[in-house]
Design a protein around this ligand. Structure first.
Ligand code: NAD
Length: 265
């Protein structure tokens, strides 16, 4: 059995760059029709769509701010109008607004919580309504799948980033509570917690001397690439993971293995 998504419609939020882009492209290769959401990166989203269509797949780009209730509802309506269904949601959009606590404005706190946590709630709720409305489409063993993009910072505290860490800690229990609530409907909800992956969100941390420092935190001794996360997402979204419910898959080169303890015997 292969990880295939033939006949399924996948929505990937924040699909114009980084991890979302990688996931959208791989899902397209795996046979899914892909809804590539973007907030402001229209060109990036359209390029992803072109690549998927160029390889014989189906895709559309849809603008929406995931933190806006009306925009999320309109995005799902557009997806259903175009492809007739939504079978997979990858709630991937996320931002960082870093500051030490004394300097962190309420706006910086609020923006990160709005996008990273409320955005996942709004998209997950809209996806569930759609899954329930369409029922069993016979395209997958589950009757809908949601992947929440978390982070190693759902468990690793991160000084100078309390807004981001709080949002990802929230995603962890949002995902598990939701998984528990809807598993009986054969809807699977899971999460991915990436470590340090080379994307626009962490350009500074993954280059030059900063990259050397970063490698001390990664037992596997390499910085991750978007494809590493996309492959994990494809597994979790496919029937290969049909019995995986409410799990967080850490894709982090061992970052959550407390590497500081390696020589502490
Ligand atoms: P990225 O900046 O390339 O991608 C984030 C995407 O989210 C962008 O396309 C951005 O336009 C979109 N976005 C931001 N706000 C939005 C909004 N309000 N509505 C819709 N889209 C919005 O960075 P990335 O690394 O690809 O991040 C993707 C996800 O992965 C984020 O949730 C991030 O927290 C998570 N993550 C990344 C890493 C890493 O090392 N790169 C590690 C752990 C978790």
């Amino acid at each position: 059995m292969e990880c295939r998504l033939d006949g399924q419609v996948a929505m990937v939020t924040g699909g114009s760059s980084g991890l979302g882009r990688g996931i959208a492209l791989l899902f397209g290769q795996a046979g899914a029709s892909v809804v590539v959401n973007y907030r402001s990166g229209r060109e990036g989203a359209e390029e992803v769509v072109r690549q998927i269509i160029g390889s014989g797949g189906r895709a559309i780009a849809v603008q929406a701010d995931v933190a806006q209730e009306d925009a999320v509802e309109a995005m799902f309506a557009q997806a259903v109008e175009t492809f007739g269904a939504v079978d997979i949601l990858v709630a991937n959009s996320g931002i960082q607004k870093d500051a030490r606590i004394g300097d962190m404005s309420l706006q910086q706190w609020q923006q990160v919580l709005d996008t990273n946590l409320t955005g996942q709630f709004l998209c997950a709720r809209a996806a569930l309504k759609q899954f329930r409305a369409q029922g069993d489409r016979g395209v997958s063993r589950a009757h809908g799948k949601i992947l929440c993009m978390s982070s190693v910072h759902e468990v690793i505290p991160w000084a100078g980033h309390v807004n981001y860490a709080a949002s990802k800690g929230g995603v962890s229990l949002l995902m598990k509570s939701l998984a528990q609530e809807v598993a009986g409907e054969r809807i699977r909800v899971n999460a991915i917690a990436p470590g340090a992956i080379r994307t626009a969100i962490n350009t500074e941390a993954t280059q030059g001397d900063a990259a050397k420092k970063l490698l001390k935190l990664i037992p596997y001794q390499r910085i991750g690439e978007a494809e590493d996360v996309a492959k994990a997402a494809l597994f979790l979204a496919s029937d290969m993971a049909d019995y995986v419910v409410g799990a967080t898959l850490f894709v982090d080169g061992g970052m959550t293995l407390y590497p500081g303890f390696e020589d502490n015997g």
